[in-house]
Design a protein around this ligand. Structure first.
Ligand code: ATP
Length: 654
């Protein structure tokens, strides 16, 4: 099977996130609700009933008082007992209707809450699933744009903000209907009092609308300040020994305190604004009550309003003002949700915002999982690797540094070393090749253009060990296999053997079951790096990419690593970032980088004879760290020289 052919790799572009003002919040919310239309409709119906039923209570309460007032009037007018009894019976009937409506509301509440939990967790899960899927699967965007703490805040708090907005939308229908019913009932009794009550409530909505920029900016600043504190705590935990050894505890505490103060100020502003809006809403209720008392009592005295109507106003008013205040609050929530979408968009980077609310299956219910968990998609069959061509590969970091116009070839079974001084762009080159950072240029695999390196350079085509490998807080076995199937354990055994881990396994307390701790802290630097190499080898990929893995290995271990690979995996193709002699001596070809450009390539002997840069690297005169310097063990130098002698045509050049 040949690799998919397509166009050139896209040139790196600067991606700008939309600002909250440009975020199509309404459109995104609509798409979200459309994920479960029936559940959404049921929620709206249930919550609308729940919020509207109090209007019916109020009506029956007013009827109770109206009938009681009527009975009293009839009594004082000396009407027959039977006529008064009819009024009292009507009052009891109204009590029964009131009780029935109250009871019905409990039932509605039960089903509404269940439906709310369902839609809440479903939509939260959909958002989180989409963000996670993008981070894990999308092309060229796999690196977190900010710190992990910032990403956690986006996954947790911003998704929760969207859930809060969902709640607002579900309640909105009920509050709106309640308001319409309440205003109609009030209007029929007295239009002037109704207008006096409603006017300030409309002012609240205008007031909140005008506060929109502040709502957005305070929420954004609060989230950023929270993330900075979380980041700093996380980084401090990760560098406890560095802080202790440099005796910087006081400074660290001081800095944390500064960050805390900034967060406090930002949170205070955000909370104060929220409370101000709530306060204005509540005071509108009080104003309304005052207006009804003043105007209503006057009308009763003049005999222009009955007790029942007065009670109706009182019964409807708190919820009416609450409902109208709710719309003010809803506008504020809507604005904050825009900020949350904007923040989540940063995790998507180059992808459209619609990806955040795209519809994908979720597996939240047990019944959905009957017959086993969703099948893991099979790995694509890859054609055996024959050749790789890299042409004009360029990738520039924000710092302006990176690689420019890098071109080289790689053939099946070759061992190619990328070398160069510190900061010359070696890691950037392999990261750009793998699609881990945006890059321009052209890459072909077996003659076919690779359009999306990030999704293409994965096992079984290629596997990669980073310069600073990350292990999970899990057993060594799980870290090496990473869920890869290995029924007979042969892949694991071979990977560990090739990664020169056997000696370590016998020394680790529980062998393969040893828990490696957070990011592998319970392993030595060399063990951590070899575990990462074993993880890469367990993938049984055609192309193996090592980014400076030997930096934490002693010369003998490194020699065993390369010799094992050559002996047991003769067909494996290795692209190795290194400046160590053990790797340089094994190399079929060496690519020399300087200032982000490929300045030479060829065999070690040729390069040593013509390239001053290579000679300097070989003798350790440039900032490559250790080559030929005191850091190299004498055994390594000795055996390297023996190997050198064995390389045809090389020794005379030295
Ligand atoms: N994420 C980044 N943002 C900004 N600049 C970066 C980033 N990563 C690397 N650089 C810069 O790009 C240049 C090349 O870095 P790179 O890590 O590729 O060098 P290297 O040759 O692998 O170095 P080393 O031998 O130290 O591993 C350096 O100047 C570095 O400071």
């Amino acid at each position: 099977m040949s690799a998919p052919a397509s166009s050139k790799v896209a040139s790196p572009t600067v991606v700008t996130s939309p600002t909250a003002a440009e975020v199509p919040t309404l459109k995104l919310m609509r798409r979200l609700f459309a994920y479960k239309p029936a559940l959404f409709a049921f929620n709206v119906a249930a919550w609308t009933s729940f919020h509207t039923l109090p209007a019916i209570f109020s009506y029956f309460v007013s009827r109770i008082f109206a009938h009681l007032g009527e009975a009293q009037t009839l009594g004082s007018a000396g009407q027959a007992a039977s006529v008064r009894q009819t009024a009292i019976t009507a009052a009891w009937l109204a009590v029964a209707y009131f009780a029935a409506a109250r009871f019905a509301r409990f039932g509605v509440f039960y089903f509404a809450v269940r439906a709310w939990f369902k839609i809440w967790f479903t939509l939260d899960a959909l958002l989180r699933r989409n963000l996670l899927a993008h981070l894990l699967l999308a092309s060229g965007s796999r690196r977190l744009p900010d710190t992990p703490a910032e990403a956690v805040s986006r996954f947790r708090d911003d998704v929760d903000d969207v859930a809060a907005n969902t709640e607002a939308w579900l309640d909105a229908g009920g509050f709106l209907l309640y308001s319409v019913i309440a205003i109609t009932l009030m209007w029929r009794v007295d239009s002037t009092i109704t207008l006096v009550i409603c006017a300030p409530l409309l002012l609240v909505i205008i007031f909140v609308q005008r506060l929109t920029p502040q709502i957005r900016s305070y929420r954004r600043r609060m989230r950023q300040a929270t993330a900075r504190v979380t980041d700093f705590i996380g980084e401090t935990f990760g560098a406890v020994s560095a802080v202790k050894l440099s005796a910087r505890e006081t400074q660290m505490v001081g800095h944390l305190s500064d960050l805390g103060e900034t967060r406090k100020a930002a949170a205070l502003r955000d909370v104060l604004l929220t409370e101000l809006i709530k306060g204005v809403n509540i005071n509108m209720i009080n104003l309304g009550v005052g207006a009804v008392l003043l105007l209503g009592a006057n009308l009763i005295l003049k005999g222009q309003m009955t007790i029942g109507d007065f009670v109706l106003f009182f019964a409807l008013l708190p919820r009416l003002t609450g409902s109208m205040g709710y719309f003010g609050d809803m506008i504020a929530r809507h604005r904050r949700t825009g900020v949350s979408f904007e923040r989540m968009q940063r995790l998507l980077q180059d992808a459209p915002m619609s990806e955040m609310v795209a519809h994908h299956p979720l597996y939240l219910d047990k019944e959905n999982l009957e017959g086993g968990p969703p099948a893991v998609p099979p790995r694509r069959e890859a054609a055996p690797f024959e050749s790789l061509q890299v042409r004009h590969l360029s990738a520039v970091h924000d710092s302006g540094r990176g690689i420019l116009d890098a071109s080289f070839d790689l053939k099946r079974g070759e061992f190619v070393v990328i070398t160069g001084r510190i900061g010359s762009g070696k890691s950037t080159l392999v990261r750009a090749l793998l699609g881990l950072i945006p890059a321009g240029g052209e890459i072909t695999w077996n003659g076919d253009v690779v359009s999306d390196p990030a999704s293409f350079f994965v096992p079984p085509r290629s596997a990669y060990t980073a310069q600073l490998p990350q292990l999970f807080s899990d057993s060594l076995r799980d870290n090496v296999l990473m869920g890869a199937p290995d029924e007979d354990g042969s892949a694991l055994a071979q990977a560990l053997k090739l990664a020169v881990m056997q000696q370590d396994l016998s020394e680790l307390p529980q062998g393969l079951s040893t828990q490696v701790g957070a990011r592998g802290v319970k392993l030595s630097g060399g063990q951590l790096q070899r575990s990462a190499v074993a993880r890469m080898l367990a993938q049984q990929a055609d192309l193996l990419i090592f980014d400076d893995v030997s930096s934490a290995l002693d010369a003998e271990t490194e020699r065993q690593l390369w010799a094992g690979l050559a002996g047991e995996l003769p067909d494996a193709t290795c692209l190795v970032v290194s400046h160590r002699r053990a790797a340089l001596l094994r190399a079929d070809r060496i690519i020399v980088l300087d200032e982000g450009r490929v300045v030479d390539q060829g065999q070690l002997g040729e390069l040593l004879s013509r390239s001053g840069q290579m000679q300097a690297l070989w003798s350790g005169e440039v900032g490559s760290g250790e080559v030929g310097s005191g850091e190299v063990g004498s055994a390594e130098v000795e055996s390297a020289e023996t190997d050198l002698d064995a390389q045809p045509g090389l020794a005379p050049n030295l």
